[in-house]
Design a protein around this ligand. Structure first.
Ligand code: FMN
Ligand code: SF4
Length: 654
């Protein structure tokens, strides 16, 4: 059997899990659609059922507030009895689908501040402006939170959860009380490590008291603090976990990060952070505490998950976003359908970025996924077999075209892909060429291999002409022809040393010591990183005041911190005026600057590939033509291109 360890069962107290794959808690913001903004909805149930049907061993339900006064809207709550029926429905549905459930019991500390109507609880006074200081939590309130954990655990048992998780990570109140980097109290709950341990240990004991003997208790905890002076070390965490074990914790869910520093990046680590970055620390904690342990963080292939287990570094594996991207991840892996998995690429575009946006933008309802447009729309947007199979010409074999073709094939149509380059994958392959971003290339390669597996007809090195559409006369045409780089009208832009970003990332032979990259967007950065990797020092010129404007918070932090370590200099508010020999002349805040360059890379953006003639012939022949992604509007986000393609397939199948 492939992935023997990953798909072997495990018994913890009385709970039997069919495999070692755990979907850790992920806030979806879907509860905002419920009556009071904190309850279970049908969509949330369908989302969890899809993952249970897809073979997940344990579904953890997202952060769930245990205390009514500090329970924010848009997050689930278990702080009152009225939430029990909804949670029970969720449990019943997941159980009926063959899954098991865990709920993450949560007091959100500072993080609940997105809802200004609820109480923010922090260990000590925290000035947030000249006028306002968040008061430190009183002792009385600490006791009430301990009680709230106990009552919430009782409700969770009543609602039918198979196990419970105590959230003691990510800057929430229990972690904040435990960490010397966050807890500066001078009473009996602060100061020494012994004092700081008291609150989380009291919460654990309170939860345990409400649980049946045979039910396991998990604890999510960071392996150590980052960027917090006086924060928890790995040794502190090991010592605390030993006490937590005595207090009743069975399984450690090892995470990392806090929301008050750039270490927030480790909570939902983007592609820029190495895969499995918590694995070694988790293995050490496991060894020293003798506790069942599961690491989390960028473990997104079954091969890697199996390897961690084979190397005896963990007992279970958290695979969270992997299962957002593909609800059938486990079944596909277990059946050896590896090319068919839609791999999470760590872009954070649909999940984390949408989550943050959902807190402030009423138009963003819930999280989504770049690779899985049907996330949290599992029923309404399900792909169904078509009753009227169609021959569909897919023009452009980038990731959006590939996924459209795969979905068309899966639903009974006959797609044919035409790609003008000599391979499939488009911009995903280019993005994957930048150092540390190989997940993009891997996902594209797997999807392309799946095209072959599914027997989809592909024509490479083929630029579609109107005549070809006339000749083939398909039932529909998807134009996913992407975009082409813009070459700005700058004196010297035609010089030999000037190359386009795409050409560079495609692997063109280069030499020299210095380069100037014109354009400080993501592609410009990827080019600069690519050059740095080849030992070429790069200056990035950006006319705007800011760089990387298209990136979400976490990828931006990652890119900027990787920049600081590389021979790359960023010049904002800087306009390139001319390229003269090996010099780039630019204007920065009214002054002229001159930069030495053996190479100049144009990364100023893209425009849609010209497809008017193709659209016109479709119109003339009465063939429905659908423009998707960059071919419709450039430059665009990959998420939009893939989502466009998905909705086009739904429309074609109607
Ligand atoms: C949209 C989103 C919401 C999340 N919400 C939670 C949460 O409610 N509780 C939690 O402990 N971690 C949360 N996380 C972190 C995940 O549980 C997980 O630890 C993280 O995504 C890293 O694992 P992965 O690389 O397998 O995705 C969230 C992650 C995402 C993407
Ligand atoms: S949006 Fe990106 S990071 Fe998030 S689950 Fe999907 S592929 Fe992974």
């Amino acid at each position: 059997m492939p992935f023997e360890k990953l798909f072997s069962p495990i018994k913890i107290r009385d709970l039997e899990l069919k495999n070692r794959v755990v979907m850790s808690a992920m806030g979806t913001h879907e509860s905002a659609e419920s009556e009071d903004g904190k309850g279970v909805t049908d969509k949330l149930i369908a989302y969890h059922v899809a993952r249970a049907k897809g073979g997940c061993g344990l579904n953890t339900i997202e952060v769930t507030s245990i205390d009514a006064a500090s329970a924010p809207r848009g997050f689930l709550s278990i702080a009152e009895d009225k939430y029990i029926p909804g949670l029970r429905n969720l449990n019943d549905a997941v159980h009926a689908a063959g899954g098991k459930t865990c709920v993450q019991l949560w007091q959100g500390g500072l993080a609940v501040a997105s809802d200004q109507t609820v109480q923010v609880l922090v260990p000590n006074d925290m000035p947030v402006s000249a006028e306002y200081t968040i008061p430190g939590i009183t002792e009385e309130r600490l006791y009430s939170i301990i009680d709230a954990f106990q009552t919430a655990a009782k409700r969770a048992v009543e609602a039918g959860f198979d196990c419970l998780e105590f959230h003691c990570a990510h800057n929430y109140l229990p972690h904040s009380m435990l960490s010397g980097g966050l807890n500066h109290r001078t009473d009996g709950w602060g100061g020494s490590f012994e004092n700081r341990k008291k609150f989380p240990l009291a919460c654990i004991r309170a939860i345990r008291e409400s649980m049946p003997e045979g039910m396991p208790l998990l604890m999510r905890i960071g392996c150590h603090d980052d960027m917090l002076k006086g924060g928890l070390t790995l040794e502190d965490v090991i010592a605390f976990c030993k006490d937590a074990k005595e207090a009743g914790v069975d399984i450690l869910n090892i995470s990392r990060g806090n929301i008050v520093t750039d270490a927030t990046i480790y909570e939902v680590a983007p592609v820029d952070i190495p895969k499995g970055f918590n694995v070694e620390d988790a293995a050490r904690i496991r060894k020293e505490t003798g506790m069942l342990t599961m690491p989390c963080g960028r473990i997104n292939t079954p091969e890697y998950a199996e390897q961690i287990l084979q190397e005896d570094k963990a007992d279970l594996i958290v695979m969270a976003r992997a299962q957002l991207a593909d609800p059938d991840f486990c079944n596909k892996a277990q059946e050896g359908r590896l090319n068919d998995i839609r791999y999470c690429i760590g872009c954070n575009q649909g999940c984390y970025d949408y989550f943050v946006a959902s807190l402030y933008d009423p138009n963003v309802k819930h999280i989504t996924c770049m690779r899985n447009p049907a996330l949290l729309e599992e029923e309404a947007w399900a792909l169904k077999q078509t009753h009227t199979p169609k021959k569909v010409m897919v023009i452009g074999g980038g990731i959006a075209g590939i996924e459209a073709a795969l979905d068309l094939k899966k639903t009974g149509n006959e797609p044919v892909i035409f790609e003008k380059e000599n391979s499939l994958g488009g911009q995903f392959v280019l993005a994957g060429a930048a150092p540390g971003k190989s997940d993009f290339g891997y996902a594209a390669a797997k999807a392309a291999a799946n095209v072959t597996d599914q027997g989809i007809e592909v024509h490479l090195n083929t630029e579609v002409t109107p005549g070809m559409i006339e000749e083939m006369h398909p039932d529909a045409v998807i134009i996913s022809a992407g975009s082409v780089p813009i070459v700005p009208d700058i004196k010297g832009s035609g010089n030999e040393i000037v190359i386009k970003s795409h050409t560079l990332l495609e692997g063109r032979e280069i030499s020299g010591k210095t380069a100037v990259v014109i354009g400080g967007g993501l592609v410009g950065f990827e080019c600069a990183e690519y050059l740095a990797d080849k030992g070429i020092q790069a200056d990035i010129l950006e006319m705007k005041h800011e760089v990387l404007t298209e990136l979400g918070q976490l990828r931006k932090i990652a890119s900027q911190s990787s920049l600081a370590k590389l021979p790359i200099t960023v010049h904002t508010d800087t306009v390139c005026k001319a390229i003269e020999g090996n010099k780039v002349i630019a204007q920065k805040e009214g002054k002229e600057i001159s930069l030495q360059a053996d190479l100049v890379i144009m990364a100023v953006g893209t425009k849609s590939t010209e497809t008017t003639a193709l659209q016109e012939v479709c119109q003339k022949l009465g063939i429905p033509a659908y423009l998707v992604g960059d071919a419709k509007k450039a430059p665009g986000m990959a998420l939009n291109a893939i989502h466009d393609a998905y909705h086009t397939v739904l429309e074609i199948n109607q």
